[in-house]
Write a protein that binds this ligand. Structure first.
Ligand SMILES: NC(=O)c1ccc[n+]([C@@H]2O[C@H](COP(=O)([O-])OP(=O)(O)OC[C@H]3O[C@@H](n4cnc5c(N)ncnc54)[C@H](O)[C@@H]3O)[C@@H](O)[C@H]2O)c1
Ligand SMILES: O=c1ccn([C@@H]2O[C@H](COP(=O)(O)OP(=O)(O)O[C@H]3O[C@H](CO)[C@@H](O)[C@H](O)[C@H]3O)[C@@H](O)[C@H]2O)c(=O)[nH]1
Length: 351
């Protein structure tokens, strides 16, 4: 059984990917310092899969502690590197914190990859690398534009570091550019746990619907789109998670032609903010208290994926609908309300 190290395994996408890897026969370990997540998330992973999962509570910016994990696990076949800070606004306020955390952790990991001859590496990138594109539909060949934030630069630089490292080391590398991951596992045992006031659309919707937030704001309805609100490519987190298993299988079967390959992970459908809200209202039966506000500075007008490459090369089939995304996000929010106790008590484990 191949062993995969998942960094950021107690986070949103990492936890769903642990489930998918285990269900597809991989042995996993997680490395997460819980700086942005709740350790209780792994209990959900264990409940779904029936398997215990070990998390190393280590800051990947600490080289010695990171190295020690590899010494203990010299049989790691691949790394899926999710661990990073991801809040765009915070990155504008604290750029050094973002450059340090997201880049030092990556470099430390790559030094260990070199030392321990780990053959496969999968990196969490983002459609943020395309900036505000000239055409809304982007392919992997669409040239990256200057990033809109320090966070975006960490993803662009991460891709560049990996591209150069791959040429020098021959480590088989895949860069996955996620569009907008949303929703939760259908069991409602794991999902997204935003820290503080949610900045992203779907958690803002579900927290408003449940009454944690009094109302939500639609950031602008005067864009040149079909209803004036911004267009994004929302993609179910379980479909994103499965793409990682497929990426590992792709590397395992030596189908990686160039050594460092990029894949867009989106559904290929552009959805406006208002369409997303209406889909939520339909599946939940809850009328959302929202109002139209001003544009959010830095927002991209419209972007969605051309996902042909991931479909044809990885055999990926992102089949879950917008309704399923909203339904699972809502059921997770309802579950959180009931299980608040579990997450509050688990919070005492944080740091
Ligand atoms: N969620 C999105 O919308 C989205 C979109 C595009 C790309 N991404 C990228 O995908 C990855 C995962 O995102 P997510 O939504 O699961 O985020 P998340 O915040 O839920 O998970 C990231 C995890 O990394 C951990 N972490 C951060 N720095 C660490 C460090 N130095 N050492 C050890 N652990 C550390 C955090 O505690 C957290 O559990 C990130 O790299 C993010 O930039 C996310
Ligand atoms: O309360 C809210 C929150 C969001 N939006 C709008 O909803 C859309 C989506 O916003 P959001 O969920 O914040 O996603 P993005 O702005 O597309 O950014 C996300 O998706 C990018 C691409 O994956 C990642 O790089 C970023 O880290 C991640 O925050 C945008 O038009 C926002 O203006 C609102 O109208 N009201």
């Amino acid at each position: 059984m191949k062993k995969i190290m998942v960094t950021g395994g107690t986070g949103y996408i990492g936890s769903h990917t642990l489930v998918d890897l285990i269900e597809n026969g991989y042995d996993v370990i997680s490395v997460d310092n819980n700086s942005r997540s709740n350790p209780a998330m792994l209990r959900g992973v264990e409940k779904i899969t029936g398997k215990p999962v070990k998390n190393y509570k280590v800051d990947l910016c600490n080289f010695d502690d990171t190295f020690a994990i590899f010494q203990e696990n010299p049989d790691i076949s691949g790394i899926i590197h999710f661990a990073a800070y991801k809040a765009v606004g915070e990155s504008v306020e604290k750029p050094l914190m973002y450059f340090e955390n997201n880049l030092v952790s990556l470099i430390n990991l790559l030094k260990c990859v070199q030392e321990f001859n780990v053959p496969w590496f999968v990196f969490s990138s983002s459609c943020t690398v395309y900036g505000n594109p000239d055409h809304s539909m982007v392919t992997e060949e669409t040239p990256p534009k200057p990033a809109a934030s320090p966070y975006g630069y960490t993803k662009q630089m991460g891709e560049q570091i990996l591209g150069e490292f791959q040429k020098a080391s021959n480590v088989q590398t895949i860069l996955l550019r996620y569009f907008n991951p949303v929703g939760a596992h259908p069991s409602a045992l794991i999902g997204e746990l935003p820290i503080g006031k949610p900045q992203n659309l779907v958690p803002a919707i579900t927290q408003t619907a449940i009454g944690k937030l009094p109302k939500m704001m639609v950031f602008g309805d005067d864009y040149p789109t079909r209803d004036g609100s911004c267009v994004r490519d929302y993609i179910h987190v379980c479909d994103i998670a499965h793409a990682h298993t497929l990426a590992i299988q792709y590397l395992e079967e030596c189908r990686n032609n160039s050594g460092c390959e990029v894949f867009n992970l989106g559904t290929g459908n552009g959805v406006t903010v208002l369409e997303a809200i209406h889909a939520f209202e339909k599946v939940s039966g809850v009328k959302l208290n929202y109002e139209i506000g001003p544009r959010r500075p830095g927002d991209i007008v419209a972007i969605y994926a051309n996902n042909d490459k991931a479909k044809s090369r990885l055999g990926w089939d992102p089949a879950r609908s917008l309704d399923e995304m909203m339904d699972t996000a809502w059921r997770w929010e309802l579950k959180l309300k009931n299980d608040e106790q579990m997450f509050t008590s688990a919070k005492s484990e944080l740091n």
